[in-house]
Design a protein around this ligand. Structure first.
Ligand code: CTP
Length: 402
C-alpha cells in the first residue's frame, strides 16, 4: 500500500469520483471523516457514500447542500444527522461534530455537540478512523497518527477504555484486521481480550448488527475465527468457526448459481453454532431463524435419506420437501452430494402442467383426493414418466378411473 503524503490530500480528494460535485456545492466549512478518509489515504477504491462532520447544525447544512446539489434531503431526528442523496447512486451523510460520554459500559453514550472537530475525532474507535480532511481546503487532521498506523497496518484504539465503553468495537477491530489485512497492535489486542466479557452486556440487536456487518465482508469466516480467538463467541454462548472453512464461499456460490436470492446475512447465520432460541435473542426475523435452525438440525437426516438415491428423482424431492427451506442448501454447501446437485439443477424447477381446475373439469370435486392425484402425477413426472400436458391429462384420467 502506498500512502499519499499529507501535502497531497487535495490531489487524493480530487481523485474521488463524484465528490467534486459535493466540494463545489458545500455551503460552508465541513470535514470529511470516517472510513472514506481511511480508504482515501490508503488508496483503496472510492465508495459512493461520504461522511461529513460539521461543527454546528448538520441538518441546516445538509438542507443547503441538498438544494445546491439538486439532491434529496432526509433527516433522522437523532442527534444532528442527515443524509443527502444525489447523482443517482451517491449519498453524503452529514453529522454534527459531537462528544460522547459513556455513563454505563456497553450502553449507548450520552451525546453533546463538540466545540471542534478534534473533540469529535477523539471519541472515535481507531486511529485509522480518527482522521479528518477539512473542506474545502483539503487539510489532513491526524492527531492520533492514523497515517503512520495505516502504513504499519495497525488497528489501534485511541484510549484504554475504548472497548469497555463500546464492546462493538471488538467486532469492528476484527473486521478491519481481516478486510485490510491489518493487525491490532499488542496492547490493543490485550485490551480487546480483557474487554471481551463486555459483549455479553450488549443488546441482542447490537450483536445482530455487528454480525450482519461481518457477513457483508468478503471473508466472514476469517473474522469469526479471529473473534473466536479473542474469546468473543464464548461470551455470547455461541460457537464461531475456530478456523475459516469454505462454507460461506460455497453457500454464496450456490445461492448465486441457483438464483436463490438469499441475503448474505441469512447465509452467514448458517456458519454459527448457536443454541435453539439464540437467533431469537438477537432479534433475527422468525422465519429466517426457523430455517437456519432447522438446517443445522436436519442436515444429517437429509444426507442419510439421500444416500444412494441419486437415481430416484421423486424420492429426492420428497426428502428435500420434508425439511426446512434452508436445509438442502446447507447440506450441499457442507459436502458435495449428487442427489442434491440433481435437485437444484433439475428437479427443483419441475412443475406439473395440469392443476386442480383440470381435475375438476375431469369430474373430480374438491377433496383430499385432488392433492393425492396431483402428488402422484408430480411423482411420475419427476421420474420421467410423463412428458407434456397431454400425457399428464391422460394419466389423470387413468388415476380417476381407478
Ligand atoms: N465509529 C466509532 N465507533 C463505533 C462506530 C463508528 O468510533 N462503534 C466511528 C469511526 O470513526 C468510523 C465512523 O464512526 O470510521 C463511521 O462508522 P461506520 O460507518 O460504521 O464505519 P466506516 O469507518 O465508514 O467504515 P466501513 O463502513 O468501511 O466499515
Amino acid at each position: 500500500m502506498t500512502l499519499g503524503p499529507a501535502a497531497n490530500v487535495g490531489r487524493e480528494l480530487a481523485g474521488l469520483e463524484r465528490f467534486g460535485q459535493v466540494l463545489e456545492a458545500l455551503p460552508g466549512p465541513a470535514y470529511l471523516v470516517g472510513g472514506t478518509v481511511r480508504d482515501l489515504m490508503s488508496r483503496r477504491p472510492p465508495r459512493y457514500d461520504f461522511d461529513l462532520a460539521v461543527v454546528g447544525d448538520a441538518e441546516r447544512f445538509a438542507g443547503h447542500l441538498a438544494a445546491r446539489l439538486g439532491g434529496t434531503l432526509t433527516t433522522y431526528g437523532q442527534f444532528g444527522t442527515a443524509r443527502v442523496d444525489y447523482d443517482d447512486r451517491a449519498h453524503v451523510d452529514v453529522a454534527t461534530a459531537r462528544t460522547e460520554t459513556y455513563t454505563e459500559p456497553a450502553a449507548l453514550p450520552d451525546v453533546a455537540p463538540a466545540d471542534s472537530i478534534e473533540e469529535d475525532l477523539a471519541r472515535r474507535d481507531f486511529t485509522i478512523n480518527a482522521m479528518a480532511i477539512s473542506l474545502p481546503d483539503a487539510r489532513l487532521i491526524d492527531r492520533f497518527d492514523g497515517i503512520a498506523h495505516l502504513r504499519d497496518r495497525l488497528v489501534r484504539v485511541l484510549h484504554e477504555a475504548s472497548f469497555v465503553e463500546d464492546p462493538t468495537r471488538i467486532f469492528r477491530a476484527a473486521r478491519y484486521e481481516t478486510r485490510l489485512d491489518f493487525r491490532m497492535d499488542p496492547k490493543t489486542e490485550t485490551l480487546a481480550m480483557l474487554a471481551a466479557p463486555g459483549v455479553a452486556q450488549l443488546s441482542g440487536a447490537r450483536v445482530r448488527e455487528e454480525l450482519f456487518a461481518i457477513f457483508e465482508e468478503d471473508e466472514p469466516e476469517r473474522i469469526l475465527a479471529r473473534l473466536h480467538e479473542l474469546g468473543i463467541d464464548a461470551q455470547l454462548d455461541v460457537e464461531f468457526p475456530a478456523a475459516p472453512t469454505d462454507l460461506q464461499q460455497r453457500l454464496r456460490g450456490l445461492n448465486e448459481a441457483y438464483s436463490l436470492g438469499l441475503p448474505r446475512a441469512h447465509l452467514g447465520l448458517l456458519s454459527i453454532r448457536a443454541p435453539e432460541g439464540w437467533l431469537d435473542d438477537i432479534k433475527v426475523n422468525r422465519r429466517i431463524a426457523d430455517g437456519v435452525e432447522a438446517a443445522r438440525r436436519e442436515e444429517p437426516f437429509l444426507r442419510s435419506a439421500l444416500t444412494g438415491r441419486a437415481d430416484a428423482p421423486a424420492e429426492i424431492v420428497e426428502a428435500v420437501e420434508r425439511t426446512g427451506p434452508d436445509t438442502a442448501l446447507y447440506t450441499l454447501a457442507r459436502r458435495e452430494d449428487s442427489a442434491l446437485r440433481r435437485y437444484f439443477e433439475q428437479l427443483r424447477g419441475v412443475r406439473l402442467e395440469v392443476d386442480g381446475d383440470d381435475l375438476r373439469a375431469l369430474g373430480l370435486e374438491e377433496s383430499p383426493r385432488v392433492g393425492e392425484v396431483l402428488g402422484e402425477l408430480r411423482r411420475r413426472k419427476l421420474n420421467g414418466e410423463l412428458a407434456g400436458r397431454a400425457e399428464e391429462l391422460a394419466a389423470a384420467r387413468e388415476l380417476l378411473a381407478e
